[in-house]
Design a protein around this ligand. Sequence first.
Ligand SMILES: *Cc1c(COP(=O)(O)O)cnc(C)c1O
Length: 384
Amino acid sequence: MLLKIPFAKVDCSGNEWIYVQEVLNSGWLTTAGKTHLLEKQFSEYVGGKFACAVNSGTAALHLALEAIGTGPGDRVLVPSMTFTATAEVVRYLGADPVFCDVDYATRLVTPAILKDALLHQPEIKAVMIVHFGGQAAEMETILPFCRSLGVRIIEDAAHAFPSRRRGKWVGSFGDITCFSFYANKTITTGEGGMLVTDNEALFKRCKVMRLHGIDRDIWDRYMSAASSWEYDVIAPGYKYNMPDVAAAIGIAQLEKADLLRQERERCAKFYFNNLADMDSIDLPEVRESMADHAWHLFSIVLNERSRVPRNRFIELMAEKGIGTSVHYKPLHRMTYYRERYGLRPEDFPNTERIWKGCVSLPIYPTLSDEELVYICKSIREILG
Ligand SMILES: *Cc1c(COP(=O)(O)O)cnc(C)c1O
């Protein structure tokens, strides 16, 4: 029997409809009470002091870099093994990304890679730490090292909600942590993002720049007793605020975030139990407990022993009705970054090894055990 299994699937079976209806009935569709509530609940969840909701994870990354004062001539360390958003925001501000390799088994930037990059390039002003796939980087070592050098830490946590490292939630570590609520992320608002920080000055800057550089947001103006028409513009800001319709979906998603994560962990455990004996596949390495991992991705690597090349494997899986994806074609292979920065594959040996064989398997809460059996059986048929 042929099953049809998409790579990703959104689960909106909770209170999404109810909260969206509340927003529609309220007549207030832009940033207002629901967005404030989502900010409050999200910051409480991850244990960060301040949260600022925006209309994408990319917007959060952009605001974060702007808030720490990134500008032309600055250099920001970015792993090549990430989505282009992590690097493009550096260019938005006229600064330049400096690309680094990652660890093969975890796809994370390790303290060793970081030390090597920062000691050889002392002009680097900030680092973008990507918690790849939902596994947190070694923040207990990375943070003190960066701080000792005065290097700022922005975390791209687009994959990492909810994730922990040494018992602490991602969102409670670096200078600013940026989450994404894009449609296929672990919780979603359709499009959306969240920035979390303990630093009040950075928070205030992000909040002002989120809405045109205006010193009071629309909701404050509406709620406050002072005259509602008057505002000042203190910078040429952006239009990055989250609408309440999106926040309503986010509140419903946040309510069941633990449950959704547990279900993804069930899928990951299934893959580990059923694929571990295959010597043509390298499974992702889990450094802490399975429960500390957000399990946004389950990305395997077809190694040198695989009799089928990666692209053919993806075609054969598709013929069996199974959607897969690739995370990622590295940035050093993308025309813009390669040409502008003269990047060479040999400078990214681990990233290259990952890229040659990486395939992400379906992993989402509604993926049934029956479907997981079918996926694993299909992989065995293809790889032999
Ligand atoms: C999804 C993603 C982003 C961007 O998030 P958007 O909400 O789509 O803007 C940034 N970085 C990584 C690693 C991502 O996976």
